[in-house]
Structure formats: C-alpha cells, structure tokens
Design a protein around this ligand. Structure first.
Ligand SMILES: Nc1ncnc2c1ncn2[C@@H]1O[C@H](COP(=O)(O)OP(=O)(O)O)[C@@H](O)[C@H]1O
Ligand SMILES: [Mg+2]
Length: 313
C-alpha cells in the first residue's frame, strides 16, 4: 500500500477496552494494532470503549474505526457498534450488524448452520429451572456448558458426570444471556482465520492442559500451535467449511472460525468470532504469518477493508 492510499485512510480510531468480560484482552489487542498501524504510517489513535468513540466522532477526529473491542455487553462484537457506526456513516472493520449479532450468539449461529446442513455439535438451549439431567442424558455425556454470548472461554465447563451439571449451569448462568449445553467433541481443536474472501491456513491448537480454557488462551506459554494444522484434502476441506460457515452467518472482512475435528476426521463448527484477538498469543496473526503476511501488514489489510468499502456505502 503506498503513502497516498495510507493517507486516504484518514484518522483511524483503534477501538478497544470497553466493559465486556474480555476488556483486558481487548486492551492488549488494541495496543498491538495501534503500534502496528503507526509503524505503517497510519494516523491512528486509541479509543477505550463505545462512549469515548462517540465523543471522538462528534469532535470530528475519526475517519474510520479498527474494531478490536471484543465481546458483547459493552464490547464491539455483537452488532450494536456496527449499527451505530453505520447510522453515523463511519466506516468500520469486520462484519456488518447481521454478521456480528449472529456470530455473537452461539445458539443462533448453530441454528443457521444446522438449517444449511453444516456440521455443528448437537445442543440444547437451557433455561434456569429446566431439567438439565434429562438434557444431558438426551445429548449423552460428556457435554460442555456455555453462556451463549461470551468469549475467551469464560463461563464454560466440560461436564463428565451428572453430579457436576448443576455447578456448570450456575457458572454459565452468572453471565448475561442464554445458556447452551453441547455435545463434547473428543478430538483435536482447530481454528481458521478468515481474511477477505479467503480462509487462512488452519491452526491446530494443542493445549498442555485439558482444553483451550482462558489460561491456555492468554497466560500459558506451553500451548502449541501447529500451522497449517492439516494437509492435503483435509486442510482444504476444513478451510472451505470455515469460510462457508463464516459467510453463512453474514460475516465478512476478517474473523475466525473455531472447530473441533473428531477421531473419525469429521469437522464440527463451534463458533465464529468477528473481532478476534490480536495479542501476541492470537491466532489470526499466526495464520497470516504462515502465508508471509506480517502483523503490521495484516493490520493494514484489515483497516483498508471496512463494511462501507465492501457494501459500497
Ligand atoms: N463441543 C465442544 N467439544 C469440545 N470442546 C469444546 C466444545 N465447545 C467448546 N469447546 C472448548 O471450549 C473452548 C471455548 O469454546 P468456544 O465455543 O470456542 O467459545 P469461546 O471461545 O467464545 O469462549 C474451545 O476453544 C474448546 O477448547
Ligand atoms: Mg472460541
């Protein structure tokens, strides 16, 4: 990208922080993106949270937004920010209102995928007071219990015995929104980054502990990441599925799709992320690097492709 194109991006607000459960991760992502854009000569400023962004827009100091405000409820990943910015005519990276809102909600994401015949583990939506033992018997243990609208593995418990169900439900219910209980897929974990209309090489995640929990995501240095995670046809099939799943939710721009691959080699969609992590442990930057795209160039690719650019607004 030449200096002229970079100048035409104008003043870029890197939106981070906020009030979601992923605030700390988002601040880490945001400061990396800010530094990267600045090394590329982009006029970038840090903005913490949506109210501060509104002030900056009103003050006339924002031409476009690089969104790394993870999560919902004060995060920028659930469609609220996207609706606000589209109403104000401010271009923003990542997916539009629909793609963001659908991806944030794991239950609705699964409903769309199921309707299209895309593979996602069987699940039950759980409300407080439901017979959770019956639901778990229906699905068959082990299961995994999650809040429908969180991220970073918060509020998630793997359940192997009926006696542990209640505590798992209570933990998930301590977060806002609905809950789901899903069949636990035994196998390997993968993620596929999406950039523009392409799936990046898959990453196989090998946590040292039991699974890819909050600690393995952000703290542990012993989680292994293999990229590409597969080869040949298996790799091509996983990338194609991830891209199809992403686009089925109305997502665009960039993002990441999380999957499991069972012992028989079948792929299972878990969720899509529309403002994924950009920390030093994060996965989209790792996958981009495997294609020769360094972190700063990745940030530049993302910021040059906003919803407004894509939808011709
Ligand atoms: N059905 C499942 N089977 C096996 N592991 C799962 C399943 N669902 C989630 N996990 C594990 O929990 C982690 C977090 O779940 P995920 O659905 O990706 O939510 P989020 O990343 O938004 O917290 C996954 O990375 C994976 O390690
Ligand atoms: Mg995930």
């Amino acid at each position: 990208m030449n200096a002229d194109t970079i100048r035409r991006l104008g003043r870029v607000a890197v939106l981070m922080g906020g009030t979601s459960s992923e605030r700390a991760v988002s601040l880490d992502s945001g400061s990396n993106v800010l530094d990267a854009l600045r090394t590329k000569g982009v006029d970038a400023l840090a903005v913490d949270g949506i109210p501060a962004l509104i002030d900056a827009i009103r003050a006339g100091s924002v031409d476009r937004v690089f969104n790394v405000l993870h999560g919902s409820h004060g995060g920028g990943e659930d469609g609220v920010l996207q609706g606000l910015l589209s109403a104000l005519g401010v271009p923003c990276t990542g997916s539009n209102v629909l793609g963001s809102a659908l991806s944030m909600d794991k239950i609705r994401s699964k409903q769309v995928w199921q309707a299209l015949g895309l593979p996602t583990p069987a699940y039950r939506r759980i409300a407080i007071g439901d017979d959770v033992v019956a639901a778990a018997r229906d699905l068959g243990l082990p299961v995994i219990v999650k809040p429908a609208c969180e991220g970073s593995s918060v509020g998630i418990t793997r359940v192997f015995e009926e006696g542990d169900l209640q505590a798992a439900i209570e933990l998930a219910a301590s977060y806002p929104g609905e809950l789901l209980m899903e069949q636990l897929v035994v196998g390997d974990e993968y993620t596929v980054g999406i950039l523009g209309r392409d799936a990046l090489p898959s990453i196989r995640i090998v946590p040292a502990g039991a699974y890819y929990d909050y600690h393995a995501k952000y703290v542990a240095e012993d989680t292994q990441y293999l990229c590409p995670g597969l080869d040949g046809e298996a790799e091509a099939a996983m990338r194609a599925l991830a891209l199809q799943a992403f686009e089925a939710l109305g997502c665009s721009g960039w993002g990441r799709v999380d999957l499991m691959r069972d012992r028989h080699g079948a792929n299972w969609l878990l969720e899509a992320n529309t403002a994924p992590g950009m920390t030093s442990h994060s996965l989209v930057p790792k996958a981009a690097r495997a294609t020769g795209l360094d972190f700063a160039s990745l940030c530049l690719r993302i910021v040059a492709d906003t919803v407004a650019d894509r939808e011709g607004a």
